[in-house]
Design a protein around this ligand. Sequence first.
Ligand SMILES: CC(C)[C@H](C(=O)O)[C@@H](O)C(=O)O
Ligand code: SF4
Length: 413
Amino acid sequence: MSTISEKIFSRAAGKEAKANDFVIADIDYAMAHDGTSILAVRSFRQMEVENVWDPSRIVIPFDHLAPANSDTTAGLQKDIRGWVRQQGIRNFYDIGNGICHQVLPEKGFAMPGKLIVGADSHSCTYGAFGTFGTGVGATDMAEIFASGKLWFRVPESIRVTAEGKLGERVYAKDLTLKIIGEVTASGATYKAVEFYGDAIEDLSMAGRMTLSNMAIEMGAKAGIVPPDATTFEYLKDRAVSDYEPVYSDEDADYVAQYHIDVNSLEPQVACPHEVDNVCGVSGIAGKKLDQAFIGTCTNGRLEDLEAAAEVLEGNEVAVRTIIIPASRQIMKEAARQGLIEIFLDAGATMGTPGCGPCLGGHMGVIGEGEVCISTANRNFRGRMGTGGYIYLASPATVAASAIKGEITDPRKV
Ligand SMILES: CC(C)[C@H](C(=O)O)[C@@H](O)C(=O)O
Ligand code: SF4
């Protein structure tokens, strides 16, 4: 009678683990990016441990302020590059490779049944593969660098079932925002959310990553999709090791259950300044914009760019529009398919694969009082620039809104 999380922690802790048990678990893969590796390495140095536990299990992508935006950032990144070399960490992905939460799945690290910890809150993205993926702070990451272990309280689980067929120009992002609106921003705090139902099974791996990525926006420790043929197909010739899928037992314990019918779901928008401030696009259409942004670890994948290109083709944007593929591989494929030409012809600006303006560091920060519609996962006050307003939506909704200069239903362009 165990949930997916209980099974993964039982294996990782080497003993039967139930919800609310405290365990010390072996970590399968650990990730820290340019933003957090700096702090993790500082703590690691303070621990006076010479070598990391296993360099082959540590992955370091540079994505947050990459390429470096200042002397300070450049110096810190230089230091980490040196540390990575000295520690023999070969899974180092320098600027331009892409966002950590795209790079790890793409390179085959996210696998069913594994425990992956990242020094980044959206490490729950790996749950799309049936992985227990979760984020920790930089000092916890230093502990993992040194020992390969970390303590956890095994989370209780919530079961979300989504059934029906997504309509035309309604996507995984709309379903995700709908779920967050129902569960609320704190409704899954420290819980693992498991996703079921034919609407979930129908999602591609990219769609599942969008969904799992935003589990943290409900407060969840993890957001897990049970692995199936879609997962195994993605992992073929990609998985870096063997893996063993785990599934919850029929009589496993869930502390809450939610049911969502997606048949009549319209495109959704999360309004400032909370991610659960969600409404249908019809409720906010016409809101004037200053900027549109398509990218991030939530929606910078190939099918997101395809959806945006379908809307943008032959049109011109009415507000400044920034498009940043989530990885180099995605950018290359987008170029091959002619999507980048469509974007440039529409008047959009392309950025280097990475986080871009998502957290307001560079490459598209918004000004006081400005309004941005974005495909990202957070619309917190000030996130993309002090005094700015952020609306979250799917790539198609953002593209349609970019053309009109105001929030627009993608089914109406
Ligand atoms: C910089 C990093 C620590 C942060 C996170 O943990 O999520 C960032 O990626 C974000 O999305 O806000
Ligand atoms: S794209 Fe945004 S949400 Fe994702 S890791 Fe980067 S800053 Fe965080």
